[in-house]
Design a protein around this ligand. Structure first.
Ligand code: NDP
Ligand code: 2IT
Length: 448
């Protein structure tokens, strides 16, 4: 139960309107908990119905995606786009292709995206989309067919000044390329309608690296603020996709030793330090399983199953695979093994019980909407470059990204302190992200 009856009422309405969507409920509850001190201080937001409105998407689109596989069989998937909040800019957020995708996953991600995007201090609203399509085991031709069919419908709802999708799980450079090609063909226009594009057709340098690098810049700032650093620290990172790979690269550059990575089948442990070139060859080039790693590095071990990765002794954990991958048991194992910092590369990877364990035990905890905002921040920088028809160097984009991540840490940390919750970066990120959107909604009146 939420202590404030008004907020509890908002939460009850969310559950009633969105039944059987536990991930969405989880994301909303966490934000509403953080807003308790805010509604005390700002009754005008309550009377303007800001919180009642912010939990309801401005628009939710669900559509059929049919395509023909290599065997000539017709396949049907479901596509989604949630246009959650446009108070501070065009809807912005990734597309996820994974068999687990349904309305509840899209809404949780879209809701989180509102506050994350606000934290970047760049003009982007909150959106998210995707499909229950499983890219695993599909040929390039099948991926192209699916992406073209998906974009044929999505193109009716997006635009460079309306809604700008990007990648997420299962959507990387290959998929963005196929979707961009289809959008251009349908509209006959070359605009910045997607981000994460290839460098030859409007992509930004450093967007590929941005989420992982940004995660480490944020973590580094959080560590420094508490008299610690990556230097000499043992680091465990889950996942072995876009976020995990570039987090591993930056953590290593900052002096940490990354000893484990995973995928949805299992995890590898290399006590000497993971060889990233091998991982990139396996995952980015060959699109194979992380278990292949031990064929190249016989000193490393591979273990089936995902959650065991949190039993490896480490100083810093960077969960970068998927939602709810750290439960109370895994959080307790990390604490018992002396882990002093956790920062979330994935969206909502820690369950509420896990977060509580980290807080109770004094573990420095950087929540997803702050710690992984570097990806979407750099997407917004890609939008700026597209609008200017210009491109910045890698160093220029990377320097802007670093500044943004340091600011996000400081703003969240200050917001927590201002509301009497010093050190609680979850509340700090939620409050700081909320305030800007709330002010914009308030100024714009009751439009939706
Ligand atoms: P990728 O598709 O590149 O990689 C995903 C990784 O997570 C893979 O190793 C995958 O393993 C693993 N994974 C996916 N689903 C599960 C699951 N259900 N259980 C266990 N492991 C799983 O995606 P990203 O690296 O882009 O995304 C990772 C996380 O980061 C997501 O939570 C995403 O929302 C978040 N994120 C991504 C951003 C970006 O810019 N890309 C920005 C901010 C957040 P397998 O290959 O076996 O499926
Ligand atoms: O969760 C996220 O922030 C992303 N997947 C990146 C979104 C984007 O628009 O770059």
């Amino acid at each position: 139960m939420l202590a404030n009856p008004y907020l509890q009422g908002v939460f009850d309405a969310v559950i009633k309107r969105n039944p059987a969507e536990p991930e969405f409920h989880q994301a909303v509850k966490e934000v509403l908990e953080s807003l308790e001190p805010v509604v005390q201080k700002h009754p005008e937001y309550v009377s303007a119905g800001i919180i009642d409105r912010i939990v309801e998407p401005e628009r939710f689109i669900s559509f059929r995606v049919s395509w023909v596989d290599d065997a000539g069989k017709v396949q049907v998937n479901r596509g989604f786009r949630v246009q959650f909040n446009s108070a501070i800019g065009p809807y912005k957020g990734g597309l996820r292709f994974h068999p687990s995708v349904y309305s509840g996953i899209i809404k949780f991600l879209g809701f989180e995206q509102i506050f994350k995007n606000s934290l970047t201090d760049l003009p982007i609203g909150g959106g998210k989309g995707g499909s229950d399509f499983d890219p695993k085991g599909k040929s390039d031709n099948e991926i192209m067919k699916f992406c073209q069919s998906f974009m044929t419908e999505l193109s009716k709802h997006i635009g460079a000044d309306t809604d700008v999708p990007a990648g997420d799980i299962g959507v990387g450079g290959r998929e963005i390329g196929f979707m961009y090609g289809q959008y251009k063909r349908l509209r006959n226009e070359f605009t910045g309608v997607l981000t994460g594009k290839g460098l030859t057709y409007g992509g930004s340098l450093a967007r590929t690296e941005a989420t992982g690098y940004g995660l480490c810049y944020y973590t580094d700032e959080m560590l420094k603020d508490n008299g610690k650093s990556f230097k000499g620290a043992t680091v465990v990172i889950s996942g072995s996709g876009n976020v995990a790979i570039y987090a591993a690269q930056k953590a290593t550059e900052l002096g940490g030793k990354v000893v484990a990575l995973s995928d949805s089948s299992g995890y590898i442990h290399d006590p000497q330090g993971i060889n990233l070139a091998t991982v990139q060859q396996i995952k980015e080039v060959e699109r194979k399983r992380i278990s292949e790693y031990v064929n190249y590095h016989p000193n490393a071990t591979y273990t089936e199953g995902c959650s065991g990765i949190w039993s490896i002794k480490c100083d810093i954990a960077l969960p970068s695979a998927t939602q709810n991958e750290i439960d109370a048991k895994s959080a307790q194992m990390l604490v018992d093994n002396g882990c002093f910092a956790v920062a979330e590369g994935a969206n909502m990877p820690s369950t509420p019980e896990a977060v509580e364990i980290f807080h109770k035990n004094g573990v420095l905890f950087g929540p997803a909407k702050a710690a992984n905002a570097g990806g979407v921040a750099t997407s917004a920088l890609e939008m700026s470059q597209n609008s200017m028809r210009y491109s910045w160097t890698f160093e220029e984009v990377d320097a802007k990204l670093k500044n943004i991540m340091i600011n996000i840490y400081r703003e969240s940390s200050e917001a927590a302190q201002a509301y009497g919750l010093k050190g609680n970066l979850v509340a700090g990120a939620n409050i700081a992200g909320f305030m800007k959107v709330a002010q914009a909604m308030y100024s714009q009146g009751v439009a939706y």
